[in-house]
Write a protein that binds this ligand. Structure first.
Ligand SMILES: [Zn+2]
Length: 365
C-alpha cells in the first residue's frame, strides 16, 4: 500500500531532526504533522501549472521537499542534510519505528474502501478508552456525553488512569467513588440517549501484575489494562503480557505494545502466545487509534484475529477533538479484515455489559 503522505511526513521529520535552529526544527515538524493529517493523497493537490495547492502550516522549504518527492519518489535535499548531520543515527533509528502507521488519508481511504471487510464507522457504537479532566484529559464527563451523542454513539467508557500511575494524574479510589456518583447523575440525565461506563485504565507493571486489587477492579464496569513502562527493551516480555491478560477483572489489553511513532518500539513479545492467552481468558485486545500509537496495527491485529481474539477499537481521546482517532483504529481493523462481530464496540450496550459482567464474574468465582 503506497502512502506518499506518510513517506513525505517522515522525511520532513528527518529534516527537522537534522536542523540546528529550534525555529526551523519546529517549522519542519509542523509541516510533517500537516501532511500526515491531510485528508487526501498529496498528489491530488498538484495544480495544472505544476505547483502545489497551499497546505496550511507548510512553508516554502517544506514545499520544495514535497515537490522533490512527487517528482522523484525521494528527497536528495533531506538525504544530504541527514548525511551531514551529527543526528544521523537518530534519524536511522527513527525510520525503523514508523512501520505500519497510517496517515489520515489512508485512514479515510480504508473507511471508504468497499473491498475491505471489517467494521464500518456506522457499526461502531461507542468508544471504550477515554480520558477526562479527572486524570490527564481536558474533557469533562458532560463533554464526553455531548460528543458521544454528536457522533451518534450509544455509549463511552470513562477510563482515566489508575492511582498506580501518578505521572498521568492517576485517580485515587476516593476520587473514583466521586466520579462514579457524577457518572450515575449523568446517566440518569441522558437515560435512553447515552450511557457512560465506569472504567479505568489500570497500569501493567514490569512484572505483569496490575496496579489495582481485584476488589478495586470489581468496582468498575470495564477495565483496560495497559503497559506504560519498559517500552524500549528489545528483550521479549511474553510472560509479563500473559500475566496481565490472565489477571482476574481485566476486559481489554490496552495499547498492547506501548509503541510511539518514530521514537519508541514498545514491548517486544511472542505476540502469538500473548494473543492465544488473551483469547483463552476472554480479554479483548485493543487497537488504540491515537495516531502516534496505532497499537495494535493491522499486521499484529491480523495475528490476533487468527488467534480468535475479541477486539476493542478505541480513540484514547484526552480531548473532544481527538474522538476521530477511533476512525484510525477502525481503519486498521478493516485492513486486518476483522469481522464486526468480534469488535466489542460494535455490540449493543446490553450485550457489552453482559459480557463485561460475565468476564468479571468468571474470574472471581
Ligand atoms: Zn495508556
Amino acid at each position: 500500500m503506497r502512502d506518499l503522505n506518510g513517506l513525505i511526513a517522515g522525511l520532513l521529520r528527518d529534516m527537522a531532526t537534522a536542523q540546528t535552529s529550534t525555529q526551523s526544527k519546529w517549522g519542519y515538524k509542523r509541516a510533517a504533522a500537516a501532511v500526515r493529517e491531510l485528508e487526501e493523497s498529496i498528489e491530488t493537490r498538484l495544480l495544472l501549472d505544476g505547483t502545489l495547492r497551499k497546505i496550511a502550516h507548510v512553508g516554502p522549504a517544506s514545499t520544495r521537499i514535497i515537490m522533490e518527492v512527487l517528482a522523484t519518489g525521494a528527497s536528495s535535499t533531506v538525504e544530504a542534510a541527514v548525511a551531514a548531520s551529527p543526528k544521523r543515527s537518530d534519524v536511522e533509528k527513527s525510520r525503523l519505528l514508523r512501520e505500519a502507521f497510517l496517515s489520515r488519508a489512508q485512514v479515510i481511504a480504508a473507511l471508504a474502501d468497499p473491498g475491505l471487510d471489517g467494521p464500518t464507522l456506522a457499526q461502531y457504537r461507542g468508544d471504550l478508552q477515554m480520558h477526562s479532566e479527572w486524570s490527564d484529559g481536558s474533557q469533562t464527563l458532560d463533554d464526553i456525553c455531548q460528543t458521544g451523542i454528536k457522533r451518534g454513539y450509544a455509549y463511552a467508557a470513562v477510563t482515566d488512569h489508575s492511582y498506580g500511575l501518578p505521572i498521568a494524574g492517576g485517580v485515587s479510589m476516593a476520587s473514583l467513588a466521586e466520579q462514579h456518583r457524577d457518572i450515575d447523575r449523568l446517566n440518569a440525565a441522558y437515560d435512553g440517549t447515552f450511557r457512560l461506563l465506569k472504567g479505568i485504565e489500570a497500569n501493567i507493571r514490569a512484572d505483569g501484575s496490575v496496579d489495582m486489587t481485584l476488589d478495586e477492579l470489581r468496582q468498575m464496569e470495564i477495565v483496560v489494562a495497559a503497559p506504560h513502562s519498559v517500552l524500549r527493551s528489545p528483550v521479549a516480555q511474553t510472560g509479563r503480557m500473559i500475566a496481565a491478560v490472565s489477571t482476574p477483572g481485566i476486559h481489554i489489553l490496552g495499547h498492547p505494545r506501548g509503541r510511539m511513532y518514530g521514537s519508541r518500539p514498545g514491548v517486544s513479545a511472542d505476540w502469538a502466545a500473548v494473543f492465544e492467552a488473551a483469547e483463552r481468558f476472554g480479554v479483548a485486545v485493543e487497537i488504540d487509534g491515537d495516531p502516534a500509537r496505532q497499537d495494535l496495527d493491522f499486521e499484529l491485529a491480523e495475528l490476533a484475529m487468527r488467534a480468535g481474539c475479541l477486539f476493542a477499537l478505541d480513540s484514547d481521546a484526552h480531548a473532544t477533538g481527538e474522538w476521530r482517532h477511533a476512525e484510525t483504529a477502525i481503519a486498521h481493523a478493516r485492513l486486518a479484515g476483522i469481522p464486526a462481530e468480534r469488535v466489542i464496540n460494535c455490540w449493543p450496550l446490553e450485550r457489552l455489559l453482559d459480557w463485561t459482567r460475565s468476564q468479571t464474574l468468571a474470574h472471581t468465582t
